[in-house]
Design a protein around this ligand. Structure first.
Ligand code: PHE
Length: 444
């Protein structure tokens, strides 16, 4: 199952057929304006008007917005850390991937998974894109909250823009640094000891989750322990009060081994909340080449990255991820900065399903994310989900070798007013004509 914030969901990044690129090129203007600046386009450009319109909004800084309260709640748990939240979403692929040791063929780099302004500039896909820059500025303990962008399908828990908080701590790789960590570990362990929390742990190091060659395993053990204690206490801070954790019914947190190109050992953290294990964050001991890239080779430490929407959806009982973008006063006026309250649904208009069936030109494919971006550009947040109706129709004609596809689009307004069937039809007609123009499909 895909969840907002999880790393590289579309791990099977597919190749992009040249015919498809040729079609895109024919429709491409030579410049795009992003955050008030003009940029030249090229064969990689795939940033869409809907996405461009989200860039200035920064929901995590809008007072009273649930994402802003959650950001502040996390920051309040790390009072001695620098709190950053205004870095531009435009980064180079070098910052987003190469400085973090992503392999050259990593699927996250593909135009079907990430948004590119052009081949040299993209929208960050995660807040880790700023690690090298922030460490390079001399920050040793910091949090950074920002909007991140990943091309995605459309449903109630996925949106191509979401928010992450990155946190990191580095210390000198000497006895003074290790002493600082040991003292902090004692303090945190004593705090957790007194709290109602049950932790399912994994070893700090294992053959599949090894120590780095540049590190003394004793140092890594201390750093990994500090990472785990710091994040267990953050989980208690975020969820403990809300699940009413007691000695009989403690907050349950579990650690799982993971892999990220820029950390080892690496872990994921899940929290048991309202009957389900919820994937909360990824983290690990920072890979030394990352710190070398930031000119802080004499330090070592940990980093984590956590998705805000998923946590806010459960803490506030917000059922649909589109609601975070709502400007409806019936949504916004429900919330106060610093307070976590249960969202009261104010409308559920009827769904309006429309099927779009078409033939692709011979040998051409259409990535679902391309279809979804096209639908979003026309219908905006009025589209609730898009499903490949494969049971209805998804086959290749044995004689003509043309592929036939059918998507079922669910149009439903989440606020303001009900959507009439005529309006849904008109949106759907625009989807169909755009699909024809852009991908030269034959509607069935
Ligand atoms: N950036 C990772 C993500 O997008 C999370 C992460 C951050 C993992 C820092 C390790 C260290 O999910």
């Amino acid at each position: 199952m895909r969840l907002p914030g999880s790393l590289w969901r579309n791990i099977h990044g597919r190749g992009v057929p040249s015919r498809y690129l040729a079609n895109m090129a024919a429709n491409r203007p030579c410049h795009v304006t992003v955050l008030g600046e003009e940029y030249p386009t090229d064969h990689m450009t795939n940033i869409s008007p809907t996405i461009v319109s989200k860039l200035p909004l920064k929901l995590h800084t809008q007072p009273s917005h649930p994402l802003s309260t959650l950001r502040a709640l996390i920051e309040s748990h790390f009072p001695s850390y620098a709190h950053l939240s205004s870095l531009s979403p435009l980064v180079t692929p070098y910052q987003n991937f190469d400085l973090l040791s992503f392999p050259a063929d990593h699927p996250g780099r593909s135009v079907t998974d990430s948004y590119y302004v052009n081949k040299d500039l993209m929208l960050r896909t995660h807040t880790s894109a700023h690690e090298v820059e922030v460490f390079g500025r001399g920050e040793t303990k910091w949090l950074l909250t920002a909007d991140v962008y990943r091309r995605d399908e459309i449903d109630g828990s996925h949106y191509p823009v979401f928010h992450q908080t990155e946190g990191a701590r580095i210390v000198s790789a000497n006895s003074a640094g290790m002493k600082e960590i040991e003292e902090d570990n004692e303090r945190l362990a004593a705090h957790l000891e007194r709290s109602s929390i049950e932790i399912e742990d994994v070893p700090h190091l294992s053959p599949m989750n090894p120590c780095q060659p540049a590190h003394d395993p004793k140092h890594t053990e201390l750093i990994a322990k500090n990472l785990k204690l710091s994040l267990n206490s953050l989980m208690l801070h975020l969820f403990g009060g809300r699940v009413g954790a007691t000695a009989q019914n403690p907050l349950k947190v579990r650690w799982i081994e993971a892999t990220f190109p820029w950390t080892t050992p690496s872990f994921e953290v899940e929290v048991f909340f309202r009957g389900k294990w919820l994937e909360i964050l990824g983290c690990g001991v920072i890979y030394q080449p990352t710190l070398d890239n930031a000119n802080v080779s004499d330090k070592l430490g940990w980093a984590f990255g956590l998705g805000l929407e998923r946590i806010a959806m459960v803490l506030y009982s917000i059922p649909d991820i589109r609601l975070f973008w709502s400007q409806d006063p019936r949504f916004l006026s429900q919330f106060k900065q610093g307070e976590i309250t249960t969202f009261k649904p104010y409308s559920k208009y009827p769904a309006c399903f429309k099927d779009v069936s078409f033939w692709l030109p011979e040998g051409q494919t259409l990535h679902e994310n391309d279809f979804c971006d096209l639908v979003r550009d026309i219908a905006g947040d009025v589209v609730e989900d898009v499903k490949l109706a494969s049971l209805i129709d998804d086959f290749t004609h044995p004689k003509t070798n043309r592929k036939s596809l059918c998507y079922r689009i669910n149009y439903r307004s989440m606020d303001s007013r009900s959507l009439s069937n005529d309006e849904a039809n008109s949106l759907n007609t625009q989807v169909v004509s755009c699909l024809r123009d852009r991908f030269r499909v034959v509607i069935r």
